[in-house]
Design a protein around this ligand. Structure first.
Ligand SMILES: C[S@@+](CC[C@H](N)C(=O)[O-])C[C@H]1O[C@@H](n2cnc3c(N)ncnc32)[C@H](O)[C@@H]1O
Length: 242
């Protein structure tokens, strides 16, 4: 027998439906992410207008709040930072504003056009800048290489966000911090999900992804209410303790 609340639950969770049972029938929905080469093409095309789009969403302010959660521990070298899915460098720019000091920045992205814009934007602002075309799930770095990893709206593109999160844990040094922003399970988040074939996660689910990937001291960072980004996304801080 189907449960009487099935329809209600299905409507409530909208695109997060796994399977809907009606009597002896089961209707299931699965998300199909874009293939890697198509996603790369989309972002290559979006590169020149990306920064303007993010300004309309208030991403500068939202990332300002996220990066304000950076741990101010003393490090005796320029902080080694990795920005995963750096895009045009919006999140790294916010970090530079927050820290007010030089960082040794490495950025990776699958889109060469996004990386070109990031290079123009960031090259004069960092102590060192290295930009590489690379996949978040297969990072070309040794274990324990970075003091801080930042990642804005990237893992929701992946079938298995934990694949990228475990890679992040590997390249982060013990004591290092991750600041990450992920699309949330709101109606605005559903619009993004439809447009970009991404997934969205409640803060509880996203914090669960971080925990099962091995991160600890996980904190949810609500983004400023005056930004459209607050309705789309949520921020998280997490640490690699061992
Ligand atoms: C929504 S944009 C965010 C860009 C930037 N982090 C920001 O917040 O403005 C997602 C970025 O992640 C990149 N990306 C998507 N999948 C990726 C993957 N598997 N590995 C690395 N980068 C990826 C895209 O090319 C794009 O630049």
């Amino acid at each position: 027998m189907s449960e009487p609340t099935s329809y209600y639950r299905a409507a409530k969770t909208w695109f997060d439906i796994g399977a809907l049972r009606i009597g002896s029938w089961e209707i299931s929905l699965r998300r199909h992410a874009w293939e890697d080469h198509r996603l790369k093409e989309f972002y290559d095309r979006a590169a020149t207008s990306w920064t303007r789009k993010t300004q309309r969403l208030g991403l500068d302010d939202a990332y300002g709040t996220l990066t304000a959660a950076v741990s101010t521990q003393t490090i005796d070298h320029p902080m080694k930072v990795l920005d995963i899915g750096i895009g045009t460098g919006v999140l790294s720019s916010a970090l530079l504003r927050t820290l007010g000091r030089d960082i040794d920045l490495t950025g990776v992205d699958i889109s060469p056009s996004m990386l070109e814009v990031a290079e123009d934007r960031l090259s004069s602002k960092c102590a060192a800048l290295r930009l590489l075309q690379s996949d978040a799930c297969d990072l070309p770095f040794a274990d324990n290489s970075f003091d801080l990893i930042v990642c804005g709206h990237v893992v929701e593109h992946l079938c298995e966000p934990s694949d990228a999160l475990r890679e992040m844990l590997r390249v982060l040094r013990p004591g290092g911090q991750l600041l990450i922003c992920i699309t949330r399970n709101t109606i605005a988040g559903a619009a993004i999900q439809l447009m970009w074939r991404t997934q969205r996660a409640s803060p509880k689910t996203a914090a669960g992804w971080l925990a099962t990937s091995g991160f600890e001291r996980i904190e949810i960072i609500e983004l400023p209410k005056h930004t459209a980004t607050s309705r789309l996304s949520c921020g998280y801080s997490a640490f690699k303790l061992r």
